[in-house]
Design a protein around this ligand. Structure first.
Ligand code: PMP
Length: 326
């Protein structure tokens, strides 16, 4: 028998490494580990949910061979869906907001998907928004819209994979779990599993200034009018997706664009971890929370995706200067 051999690339989803942070956390009292999700075959954590969304839809009979999958995505879910679609023979149509990096659009097209780029600065219910365009195309083509925001298969993927992996890798020693949050799947699904093992584990979401998630968590109010555009990608929302459940969240921390993007550069130079903006945001949030930790704590922070998708932005001095981040 050959060992460590797979029948298809989708079989390599999950089981990502947990890697200790050394330099950025050198004056922390405790151990801090990064769950490096760019080791997934689509280079992001969202491969996990793509597989769960599709397999749950197949089981329920909603998705049948030859069907078209239509989704609004910041790119990573699209990449995951495209990979799983190739394995299982589905067509993919994706809608993206125009603030997303050019690389993400090109990558999805390379994976055989049809991509529609939509304006960022319109309300979610505007017919031009990437939510509305995806809904319209799904209707026109009798396609299946996985709706990663409100489909609970999203958080279930993390309940079934990300959570158990972290629990096993830390041998149950984890005390704090930190993740940038958008749909809420990564934060809440993993949080549900970890709190089931040990209710004391602190579940901490990282939210960009300009998102309404922290305000909702702190006040119970949903205020879309507080939303404004920010630079970090794939995180923050201007509504509250169904994947959220405040019972599994202990704290939400706000981060700013500039500190987060500069933290991405530090992660690359100081730790050798070449990541996307939400990873810089998560580690910036971690640093802001340093005083909460004690010597026996074991902190795990999620690094959602790889830096290759942001070369023209975070890792480009001209773009960083033009935006006032350098
Ligand atoms: N970071 C990146 C790069 C992402 O693509 C996403 C997914 N939108 C997130 C963070 C947030 O994860 P979640 O949607 O599970 O909350």
């Amino acid at each position: 028998m050959m060992k460590d051999v797979y029948n298809h690339i989708v079989e390599t989803i999950g089981n990502t490494p947990l890697v200790r942070l050394n330099k950025i956390t050198k004056d922390f009292p405790c151990e801090v580990y990064a769950k490096v999700e760019y080791f997934n075959p689509g280079n992001s954590i969202k491969d996990r949910i793509a597989l769960q969304l599709i397999e749950d839809a197949e089981k329920s009979g909603r998705l049948k061979p030859g069907d078209t999958i239509v989704e609004c995505t910041s790119g990573n879910t699209g990449m995951g869906l495209a990979l799983v679609a190739i394995a299982k023979g589905y067509k993919c149509v994706f809608t993206l907001a125009d603030k997303m990096s050019r690389e993400k659009v090109d990558i999805l097209r390379a994976m055989g998907a049809e991509v529609h780029v939509c304006p960022t600065d319109v309300e979610p219910d505007d017919p031009r928004s990437y939510y509305s365009v995806a809904a319209r195309i799904a209707k026109e083509r009798n396609g299946w819209n996985p709706d990663q925001y409100n489909n609970l298969s999203n958080r279930q993927a993390h309940y079934l994979s990300t959570g158990p992996e972290i629990w096993r890798q830390t041998e149950g020693r984890i005390t704090h779990y930190i993740a940038s949050t958008g749909t809420g799947g990564t934060l809440v699904g993993t949080g549900m599993y970890l709190k089931e093992q040990n209710p004391e584990v602190q579940i901490i979401g990282i939210d960009p200034a300009g998102s309404i998630l922290k305000h909702w968590f702190d006040t119970h109010e949903v205020k879309p009018e507080l939303a404004r555009v920010y630079a970090v990608e794939g995180m923050g929302e201007d509504f509250i997706p169904d994947n959220y459940d405040r019972n599994f969240i202990d704290h939400m921390e706000t981060i700013d664009d500039k500190e987060s993007l500069l933290m991405c550069r530090r992660l690359a130079k100081e730790e050798g971890l070449f990541c996307g903006s939400s990873a810089g945001a998560a580690v910036q949030g971690l640093v802001q929370l340093k005083n909460r930790f004690k010597p026996t704590d074991v902190v795990v922070v999620i690094l959602h995706d790889h830096g290759s998708r942001y070369i023209g932005k975070i890792y480009n001095d001209d773009w960083m200067k033009e935006k006032g981040f350098l």
